[in-house]
Design a protein around this ligand. Structure first.
Ligand code: CTP
Length: 425
């Protein structure tokens, strides 16, 4: 029996794919189709697949041409697959001529002529683009966001005026005190919203906005870029899998002195305070790992401008039924920006700056058991955030990178702070 293998992404399965599969099958008796996983595609710079791995697998299966389907997840897997599955022929389209000659050592390599005039990229490009504008912000965050939209197919940045004409969606990066008004204005104008967290400064305001978005059939979602990084999502899975035993403590630190908040002569009224700037990111892993039902919370803060209730440093301590957590945030103090998840059998360590990490370690009593995890991170996660947002808008379904109840809890803690429910140092 001659076994043939071929690999591809097979996004929005088209005639070119089917012809390739038919000819690949005709080369032998048994056809194995390798389909790239979403994460592997990210590392190859393909971040804009319209369909998930499951959908792509289902489409290839439905052709009835594949005798077996494997998922391609890592660099170098082709050699492993060829050996493991006893493959005789490796084949791909002629767009790859020469690229896989190195596999000749393991099996025969055949390049099949590519079908002219059709490709997944073209089909994706024909779809109407999501036009996205911005509200507020004149600094680096907004600039970075605009730059990142260039990497995402199907999305285009458009300058928009106060009336928000000419865009389908907006990214809100104004001062947090304006978020509620800005989000409401955008929703009332029928625009989907991606808003820097916190979305509002009161839980009541947050709920009102969520209801409004729901009634209007619009997407309203938190922009916490860390939530979209692959390393961070894997870390959540590893932590929840029991590898480090029961989670006893989650401790996150986020600080930056970059915008000079603690220095004299700086107009703090234009700046975000520490809890708004960093609180959402610092609280994210706490709520995602331990849930939102804490029994107690204590906020300790160092105020640097009484009139503005502006904190230069804040520590938030949570007590859960079986665990504790702390979030340490500062714009006028500096500490190691790390994340540590303490378990009964070991711990997870994410080095600074953990919120834009591509790497973490699972550590045990015996260092020989330690394991390191590396992932690709492009554009600090913003790029993946834009992809997820565009997908949510297209499908009309919110993505679950930051759950609503977590967004609401983040708003709740910040509301507590704004109501002076803190201890001053
Ligand atoms: N293929 C083909 N003819 C086409 C398109 C693709 O023979 N018109 C082949 C590719 O050479 C590859 C397989 O189908 O062997 C899967 O290709 P894939 O990269 O998933 O599809 P593309 O349409 O090329 O996707 P993209 O535009 O994103 O590169």
């Amino acid at each position: 029996m001659i076994k043939v293998i071929t690999y591809g992404t097979y996004d929005l399965l088209h005639y070119g794919h089917i012809r390739l599969l038919e000819r690949a099958k005709a080369l032998g008796d048994y056809l194995i189709v390798g389909i790239t996983s979403d994460d592997y595609d990210k590392t190859r710079g393909k971040i804009n697949n319209q369909q998930s791995l499951m959908e792509r697998v289902a489409a290839v299966k439905a052709t009835g041409l594949a005798d077996e389907i494997v998922v391609e997840e890592y660099e170098g897997q082709k050699i492993d697959d060829i050996r493991r599955l006893g493959v005789d022929i490796f084949t791909v389209g002629s767009d790859w001529v020469g690229k896989f000659d190195y596999l000749n050592e393991y099996c025969k390599v055949v390049y099949l002529p590519r079908t002219e005039g059709v490709s997944s990229s073209e089909i994706r490009a024909e779809k109407r683009k999501l036009l996205i504008g911005t509200i507020g912000g004149n600094g680096g965050v907004r600039r970075k966001f605009i730059k990142e939209t260039e990497f995402v197919n199907g999305v285009e940045y458009r300058e928009c005026g106060d009336d928000l004409q000419g865009v389908d969606a907006v990214y809100i990066v104004s001062h947090p005190k304006n978020h509620y008004d800005d989000v409401k204005r955008a929703l009332l104008a029928g625009k989907h919203v991606l808003c820097e967290s916190p979305v509002a400064l009161t839980v009541e305001g947050y709920r009102e906005l969520m209801d409004l978005a729901h009634d209007k059939g619009l997407i309203l979602t938190d922009a916490i870029k860390t939530a979209y990084s692959t390393a961070y999502s894997r870390l959540l899975v590893v932590a929840k899998s029991g590898r480090i035993g029961d989670i006893i403590s989650v401790d996150s630190v986020c600080t930056s002195l970059a915008d000079g908040a603690g220095e004299s002569g700086i107009d703090l009224s234009l700046k975000q305070n520490s809890i708004c700037a960093w609180g959402p990111t610092a609280m994210l892993p706490i709520f995602q790992l331990l849930g939102t039902n804490y029994k107690d919370v204590r906020i300790t803060t160092k105020i640097i401008d009484e009139k503005l209730n502006y904190d230069g440093f804040t520590k938030i301590d949570f007590v859960f039924d079986n665990a504790v957590a702390s979030a340490k945030v500062a714009k006028a103090a500096k500490a190691e920006g790390e994340l540590v998840i303490t378990g009964t059998k070991g711990y997870i360590y994410v080095p600074a700056p953990w919120w834009k990490t591509d790497y973490f370690e699972v550590r045990f009593e015996n260092p020989a058991d330690n394991k390191r995890y590396f992932y690709q991170l492009d554009g600090e996660g913003i790029r993946y955030e834009v992809v997820a947002f565009a997908k949510a808008v297209e499908s009309g379904k919110k993505n679950l990178y930051v759950e609503d109840k977590i967004s609401e809890k983040i708003v709740g803690v910040i509301e507590d702070y704004n109501n002076f429910n803190y201890l001053k140092i």
